[in-house]
Design a protein around this ligand. Structure first.
Ligand SMILES: [Zn+2]
Length: 303
């Protein structure tokens, strides 16, 4: 009985061995790169991809978003050299500071003890340039703002050097963007400190101040526009009501220096959809994302 069983098992194994074909021995080693596809110009050796500068990952499929910024030292708003890379562009280390701008304006604290904006606008002609990042209106000297007093009792004066535009707005109010924001950049006459006024636009009635420039906006690389007959008071850009939000922050472009007393007007100014589009069509999302407040308080000043 036992013998019979063993015999049966052997016969079964033998027939199985006959049914299964013997594995064919291949003595040429398989190419380890045969199944590897390297992307973005990577080269395969020994089954691994060697990636060109700016790419990584097993198949070189991951592009370093700051590669271009690192190579060229140039910054911008699109993904190569965009805001996430600004701190890596040579000499722009302030962009990682903890008092950065713009911010989302939320939970502002009413405190009207801060100074009033006293605007001293000088009728001026302008030079309008597109510097690759924004449309900038360079100002002749003569327009300035008095803003309180210095510790020594002197008038705290800020002179307007230029104003420029961002689309969409850089600052947000309660998490919402405006389609356009102007920045009037004023420099303290006594020290390296700025007062920058933000003016938000909303769609509505025609804005004569904006409208006068619509046909003269240069695109990137175009020569600057200069017209002796175009004379205006730059502070007419502001809304009639001078209530404002205020906080301490930075330039919103590299080098992101934390030297700005921000004044964002509480009231928006109106412009038609076409007037706003004249700017937004040229500016293409030249706004920095909002930055953390890190405990900074935003004050609302009513005057
Ligand atoms: Zn700006």
């Amino acid at each position: 009985m036992k013998k019979h069983h063993i015999l049966f098992t052997l016969t079964a194994l033998l027939s199985l061995a006959l049914l299964v074909p013997a594995c064919k021995e291949d003595d040429t080693p398989a190419d380890p790169c045969a199944t590897v596809t390297c992307q973005n110009g990577g080269i395969c050796a020994d089954g691994s991809c060697f990636c060109p500068d700016g790419f990584s990952g097993p198949n070189c499929e991951v592009e370093d978003p700051c590669h271009e910024a690192n190579e060229t030292g140039e910054w911008g708003y699109d993904h190569a050299g965009g805001p996430a890379c600004w701190s890596m562009v040579c000499g722009h280390g302030d962009c990682l500071g903890d008092r950065q701008s713009p911010v989302n304006i939320v939970n502002a604290v009413l405190n009207s003890s801060l100074p009033e904006l006293v605007l001293n606008g000088n009728e001026t002609t302008t030079k309008i340039i597109h510097n690759g990042h924004t449309i900038e209106f360079e100002q002749e000297p003569g327009s300035y703002i008095d803003y309180g007093e210095t510790e020594n009792g002197l008038l705290n004066q800020f002179t307007l050097g230029q104003f420029h535009f961002h689309a969409k707005s850089e600052h947000q109010v309660d998490g919402g963007h405006a389609p356009l924001e102007a920045h009037l950049v004023c420099r303290n006459v006594w020290k390296n400190e700025y007062l920058v006024i933000g003016v938000m636009f909303e769609e509505g009635a025609s804005n004569p101040f904006l409208a006068q420039f619509v046909d003269h906006l240069p695109t990137a690389g175009a020569p600057p526009f200069e017209e002796e007959d175009l004379v205006y008071n730059p502070f007419e850009l502001l809304p009639d009501n001078h209530s404002y939000f205020s906080y301490s922050g930075s330039l919103t472009t590299p080098p992101c220096s934390e030297v700005v007393h921000w004044v964002v007007m509480e009231n928006k100014v109106q412009a038609t959809a076409a007037e706003i589009a004249a700017f937004t069509n040229i500016l293409h999302d030249n706004y920095r994302p909002v930055q953390p407040l890190n405990g900074r308080v935003i004050t609302l000043v009513h005057h």
